[in-house]
Design a protein around this ligand. Sequence first.
Ligand code: C2O
Ligand code: CU
Length: 488
Amino acid sequence: MVTRRALLNGAVGLVGGVAFASLTPAFMQKAGARQALTPRPELAPGKLHEWQIIAQEQSIRLLDPTRAPSKVWTYGPDLLPVHRIKLGDTIRAELINQLPEHTTIHWHGVRVPNNMDGVQYVTQPPIEPGQSFTYEITPPDTGTFFFHPHCNEPGQVGRGLAGILIVEGDEQTQSDADIVMVVKDWRLAENGDWLEFDTNAGASRAGTYGTERSVNQVSSFSENIPAHGDIRLRVLNLDSTRQIQVGVEDADAYVIAIDGNPVAPFALETWRLGPAMRVDILVRAREAGSSFALNDYFAAKPYRLGHFTSIASEVVAREFQPLGLYEAQIPRVDPALAERIKFDFSAAAGSAVAMVDELPDDHPLKDVLLDSLCIGNQTLWAINKQTWPGGDHRNLPPPLAQLQEGRSYIFELNNLTPHPHPIHLHGHTFEVLSSLLQKYPRFLADTVLLQPRDRIEIGFVARSGNWMLHCHVLEHMETGMMGWLKVT
Ligand code: C2O
Ligand code: CU
């Protein structure tokens, strides 16, 4: 067995007896028989959840109680609230906007009807300060989802405006603990004020990083868990910018769902999550008194995301062979009949970014050029050479493509930039079919991390509506790397 360090250094690894080439380690997995997932049994009729969600500003001490308060924005009384419903349930959520600017709710990853998708000017009018809007959705899939506004995202999500939506009903055997872990950085000054959420240097490169990291709003997250239990960790990367590469230290762990979609369990080495991406991991706790950690191995020095200590429990020690979740019921692409469409993700033509991209990172001209940019009224990025107009959705550009409802499509996503882009398609769950650079297993997702120079194919069956396609690095989407598809 190679060490994780060797994997991270890009060494050729022998994993489970099978040699893998020196690819990005995030997608390496132990070889082993993949069992098929069990079909989901019939559902009992669901419940109606009536929520009133007041989008509001509050003063909260982030990270630890001794810090100066910050003006966070929340959906309701709690920062980053976690809502759990059962598959088949309906949510009727009235969003009341008490913020100083217009907002919406986009239900990220949930296959909602188009008019509930929460994109101002595209699927609904913006909800102005003092106004409200009622969303009604019956999520058709189980999983780990989240919701967020689709306006001024760096500023609104940067202040904390988002919530977590768990749709339960996917477990064949109930896990012994189910823990949501929200990974998010904050751009805080010493006095609790916010630092600028968008910067030229950030928007034109990989994005502007936070100054402080957190999981579930604390700097070091820990939990007690039942000894010998099966611990389900639902890890959500809700940061605006940061990529993480999660792995478990001192326990065996399997990936059981990606972006909420069940996969045949495979042993976790590490798994990479760009902004908006999620992974569900099943970890087997060891004896009372032992502990394990969930780490981010992206940086040279692993960062501890969570620390879990086993306490005495009724659970008996047994072999660890996860059964897998119930299979998702999502229409699959038919590659033989699929129409192929190419999307190039690039710097906007003629933008300074296009020139700056050509320079090495330490080139003395780079910062001078970047300083001359004004991202407020300039677009930096493009999809198929088309840029989303700066700042607003009001001047809707033509669609990137027109699709037919019910038809199979394969999108070829090409990254022509030196930065990674987590590409998100609204309203659909797609299958990641291939990648030039990564050894992916096939899996279902709503957001896929497109590495520099990579080409990834995704396949899906089109649903009718106007659906956004964009990078989920929030400053990239706000500065042009966003477009929409018209499906009729
Ligand atoms: Cu989280 Cu347009 O998406
Ligand atoms: Cu991007």
